[in-house]
Design a protein around this ligand. Structure first.
Ligand code: OGA
Ligand code: MN
Length: 277
């Protein structure tokens, strides 16, 4: 089939080339993608040019596809990621994606993986997407730091993530944000298989049992640690690319693009399969 695969960085990312559209909707391709996702956190299908129906079909081979708050889109499993309010009712919230985060941390079980495909790109380097490997970041902590973090918990909320992008909301905005759930999560995420990662990012606003400033300082320190260059993969989009990330082990962010940018991504999300212990 002329397919090629390569590791992108030492720790993170696998790139597949040569597969497009319905060719991806195949059990063998899905199994390879899942294995690469487990091992390297990010999977890139270069110029996959996959339409929405095939994207959902492919996503179903990878896991349980979530219905998404869909804005104006017709297929309930596909969400449009754009700052263009005429294309998505959620456009106003997209500035928050410019800050490192993990999707679904306020849910009972954070999302397993996110699929994002580029329908329309803006000029580089605006709108690149970066990923930071939180397994590698945890692993690189000293034994003493690992021991200190055991049992430490943080509060995650939609409000915390929006405040980073918009520190001075109107009372109405703030009240709307606060209607979303808050969830306590451990900072060290331990999988059933023993693998550990750091669960941090913009949704984490406070550390349970610490004064606000000390908690903030710890969260800032951990986020700075986890997003050092050696843990980061940067994806420069080509139209048609499909990128999938292990949302449990990859922080991610978009590099800022302007409010009138034509950048348009279509996204599908997979339900989490393992609650955070
Ligand atoms: C997301 C997200 C980043 C991007 O869709 O969850 O964070 O680059 N997107 O658009
Ligand atoms: Mn996201």
């Amino acid at each position: 089939m002329g397919t090629t695969t390569r590791k992108i960085t030492e720790s993170t990312g696998t790139e597949f080339s040569g597969l497009t559209g319905t060719q991806l909707v195949d059990k063998g391709v899905a199994d390879d993608a899942l294995a690469a996702l487990e091992e390297t956190g990010v999977v890139v299908f270069r110029e996959a040019d996959i339409d929405d129906e095939s994207l959902v079909a492919f996503a179903r081979l990878l896991g349980n596809v979530l219905p998404l708050p869909m804005g104006s889109h017709k297929i309930k499993e596909i969400q449009r990621i754009t700052r263009d309010a005429s294309q998505s009712k959620l456009a106003a919230y997209r500035e928050a994606t410019f800050y490192w985060h993990i999707d679904g941390t306020t849910g009972e079980v954070p999302d397993k993986a996110t699929l994002l495909t580029a329908r329309q790109i803006s000029g580089d380097p605006e709108g690149d997407t970066e990923f930071a490997n939180t397994y590698a970041a945890y692993e690189a902590l000293s034994d003493e730091e690992k021991a200190q973090l055991e049992g430490v918990r943080a509060l995650h909320s939609f409000t915390a993530s929006q405040l980073v992008a918009n520190p001075n909301p109107s009372p109405e905005e703030r009240a709307a944000w606060d209607r979303n759930p808050t969830r306590e999560q451990p900072i060290v995420w331990t999988r059933r298989n023993g693998r550990k990662s750091l669960l941090v990012g913009s949704t984490a606003g406070e550390v349970v049992g610490l004064p606000a400033d000390e908690g903030r300082a710890l969260l800032d320190r951990l986020l700075a640690w986890a997003t050092q260059p050696q843990f980061v993969l940067r994806h420069r989009w080509t139209q048609g690319d499909l990128v999938i990330w292990d949302n449990t082990g990859m922080l991610h962010r978009a590099l800022p693009y302007g409010p009138s940018s034509s950048r348009l991504m279509h996204r599908a999300s997979l339900a989490g399969e393992e609650a955070v212990a």
